[in-house]
Design a protein around this ligand. Structure first.
Ligand SMILES: NC(=O)c1ccc[n+]([C@@H]2O[C@H](COP(=O)([O-])OP(=O)(O)OC[C@H]3O[C@@H](n4cnc5c(N)ncnc54)[C@H](O)[C@@H]3O)[C@@H](O)[C@H]2O)c1
Length: 311
């Protein structure tokens, strides 16, 4: 089975390429290296095509003779979308449409698309069931809502087998800590190893549904192999709940020392609390055993430690 991973040089894509190749799936990474790296592709060992999802010819070249596509390529950040809403729309919404059109042209059998819990936005209901009214609070969230809606509509209109997963806060190896928009876990681990204070947005009481990347890649691999589709979006998280302060407590425990923290204003466009309802995911994938937060953080901290040592 040949599978193209768009955004396969990024954080989730690199982990997915490694996971799929373990099952002897023939993976090709398609990436423009805007936030992904060649170092990641070297680590996964997957062949790659350097191209943009905005280029039809490059997509056609990559998708020819392919069984399935996992579409992860995006500008995946709320702050980046505030800095440049047009670019966010172009890559995340128009780019997804272009990927789906290329799938149609190349008769791809199955497509999985990455959406985001950010689509729930200002809707205060917890847990987040997929049927809640989306209330996006940022251009990024709007673009992800468009992306998942396109994927679902292509199933309805063109009989393309699709599934759209709403990822929550994914963490694990290969997540970048070295830029201004880094996600909270790599940013905290990097600050802790660098002896800098952990920057906490707001009071830190906001909670999230942190999901280890191994759980995400497991679900994506099974979805592709069994061609599992859904007419509705599916949360890819397990209903866990940890606040930013809880996260710091676990990190302090793992590192054996207290970590200095500095509170700053909450970020515009960020949602307050987030926790998934996992029922739909469990119906489709009944025997998943998610990685516990402490175990996931422990292996992630060790991965960053090894990486720092080798630099
Ligand atoms: N990491 C999370 O917690 C999280 C949460 C919700 C949703 N998501 C979604 O999951 C997907 C993967 O996110 P990630 O965390 O691995 O981000 P990432 O930035 O590490 O990966 C995105 C990849 O897409 C590539 N890319 C960007 N524009 C492209 C283009 N025009 N053509 C080809 N490639 C392009 C980048 O170079 C990068 O390798 C994204 O769609 C993101 O919106 C992630």
């Amino acid at each position: 089975m040949k599978v193209v991973i768009t955004g396969g040089a990024g954080f989730i894509g690199t982990n997915l390429a490694i996971r799929m190749q373990r099952d002897e799936i023939d993976v090709v990474v398609f990436d423009d290296f805007s936030s992904g790296t060649r170092e990641n592709v070297e680590a996964s060992g997957a062949p790659f095509i350097d191209g943009s999802i905005l280029e039809d010819a490059a997509l056609d070249e990559a998708f020819h003779g392919v069984h399935a596509v996992v579409h992860l390529a995006a500008r995946p950040s709320v702050p980046l979308s505030l800095a440049d809403p047009m670019a966010s729309h172009e890559v995340n919404a128009t780019g997804t449409l272009k990927v789906l059109e290329a799938c149609r042209r190349n008769m791809i059998a199955f497509v999985a698309v990455a959406s985001s819990s950010s689509v729930y936005g200002a809707n205060p209901t917890i847990p987040k069931t997929e049927d809640l009214t989306p209330m996006p609070m940022s251009p990024y969230a709007v673009s992800k809502l468009a992306a998942e809606s396109y994927a679902i509509s292509y199933q309805e209109c063109f009989e393309l087998r699709t599934i759209a997963f709403r990822f929550f806060n994914v963490y694990g190896p290969f997540q970048r800590a070295d830029h201004a928009y880094a996600a909270v876990i790599p940013a905290f681990i990097d600050a802790a190893f660098g002896g800098r204070p952990l920057l906490v947005n707001g009071d830190g009481e906001q909670f999230r549904d942190f999901t280890h990347v191994d759980d995400v890649t497991e679900v994506l691999t099974r979805a592709v192999v069994a061609s599992i589709t859904s007419e509705r979006p599916v949360n890819l998280a397990f209903g866990s709940r940890a606040s930013i302060l809880d996260l710091i407590t676990v990190l302090e425990d793992l590192m054996g020392r207290s970590l200095e923290r500095e509170h700053r204003n909450p970020r515009v466009g960020d949602i307050q609390h987030s926790r998934a309802d996992e029922h739909r995911l469990r119906e489709l994938f009944p025997d998943l055993r998610p990685v516990a937060l402490r175990n996931g953080l422990e292996s992630t901290v060790r991965w960053y430690e090894e990486k720092l040592k080798s630099q």
